[in-house]
Design a protein around this ligand. Structure first.
Ligand SMILES: NC(=O)c1ccc[n+]([C@@H]2O[C@H](COP(=O)([O-])OP(=O)(O)OC[C@H]3O[C@@H](n4cnc5c(N)ncnc54)[C@H](O)[C@@H]3O)[C@@H](O)[C@H]2O)c1
Length: 334
């Protein structure tokens, strides 16, 4: 089989730049053959950088026969229709998270994927986040004994590239399906699931501190996991300046593992009660792992680190948090 994957980037906005950077840095087996965006300037800019052909119409791009795979990086309400269109056209599909904003839409996409021979992956880059993988390895080695609890915290200011537009689609509940939980929250939920097992139930309170955003811009939730641990999940799109806070802490019977915002992983135990640095990662490398995994699945038939149905877990967790905010009770995730 060919050792190059000819791929179209569909949606040439913010995350496309990060994917492109990852491909240029570390995934030479992907050749960007087409740049597709309804905004001609965006398609043209990405095409100019990669030598790809620019398209403003997906059907025209699919008919061109210039690529075998698509990387779909579109607002959430378009995921279902575009993913199914590409799967039906015989494409290998990498679809940005969330798979879709409803479980029913996800089931329809999964059914379409099952009926084709191509690779279908949901782009949950946290699955490849180096610091998260290091913590998973250390937990498996018993570095902190029995896990008691964990905390995931993503309090962030609005990055210009994601929120800079005059009317960001993220501010529309109809386009995004919710707010910060269904969007970037998935990157904090996936690690908790990787470390603690499946999330079974949650109780959450939502808030709207960020002006103009229809969906929640704050969520504070307790989440119970199948192995018994209860973790805290805190996310906020902050309207003002923030102090430092670790991204994650996992607390065990014999110590603690902490992932700091700058990518440093620290281990605290009886021998090192002040903590020692056991690793240094970089969030952006998670995209390299994700795209390399997709290319390998297509070119070599290797199983992806996580099948697409795993991504249902983050969506179900988000929807359970939304229900819990309304009912003011614990809500089952599954
Ligand atoms: N994994 C991550 O870390 C991460 C980070 C940001 C965004 N995302 C995901 O990536 C996706 C896109 O987010 P973004 O921030 O890049 O959005 P964006 O608005 O910056 O980019 C989306 C692009 O899609 C284009 N577009 C809209 N409708 C189209 C259509 N019908 N056909 C072709 N192009 C169309 C827009 O013109 C725009 O350029 C979302 O699913 C989001 O959740 C993931």
């Amino acid at each position: 089989m060919d050792d190059t994957l000819r791929m179209a980037m569909v949606g040439c906005g913010a995350i496309a730049q990060w994917h492109l950077h990852a491909i240029e840095a570390a995934v030479p087996e992907i050749s960007v053959a087409a740049a597709v965006d309804v905004d001609p300037a965006r398609a043209a800019a990405l095409a100019a950088r990669t030598g790809a052909r620019a398209f403003t119409d997906l059907d025209e791009a699919l008919a061109s026969g210039t690529f075998d795979a698509v990387d779909l990086m579109l607002p959430h309400h378009l995921h279902e229709s575009v993913a199914i269109r590409c799967l039906d056209a015989g494409m290998h599909v990498l679809l940005e998270k969330p798979m879709a904003p409803t479980v029913e839409a996800c089931e329809r996409i999964l059914a379409a994927a099952r009926s084709t021979a191509g690779v279908f992956m949901v782009a949950e880059n946290a699955q490849y986040w180096p610091e998260v993988l290091l913590v998973r390895d250390l937990l498996e080695q018993g570095a902190i004994g029995e896990v008691i609890t964990a905390r995931a915290c993503s309090f962030v200011p609005p990055l210009e590239e994601f929120f800079g537009a005059e009317q960001p689609w993220r501010f529309s509940k109809a386009a995004a399906g919710g707010g910060v939980v269904i969007d970037a929250g998935s990157h904090w939920i996936r690690p908790l699931r990787m470390w603690l097992g499946e999330m079974t139930e949650t109780v959450a309170a939502l808030g709207h501190p960020f002006p103009g955003m229809e969906g929640e811009s704050l969520c504070r939730a307790l989440c119970r996991f199948e192995r018994g641990a209860v973790a805290v999940f805190d996310v906020m799109l902050a309207p003002g300046p923030l102090g430092p806070d670790p991204l994650f802490r996992v607390t065990g019977s014999e110590g603690e593992l902490v992932i700091e915002g700058i990518g440093r992983v620290k281990h605290f135990d009886g021998a090192e009660p002040r903590g020692i640095v056991v690793g240094q990662g970089n969030y952006l490398q998670s995209y390299e792992g994700e795209l390399a995994d997709f290319a390998s699945a297509v070119l070599h038939g290797t199983p992806p680190a996580a099948g697409p149905e795993v991504a249902l877990g983050e969506l179900r967790a988000a929807l359970a948090m939304y229900r819990s905010h309304e009912t003011k009770r614990w809500e089952s995730v599954w």
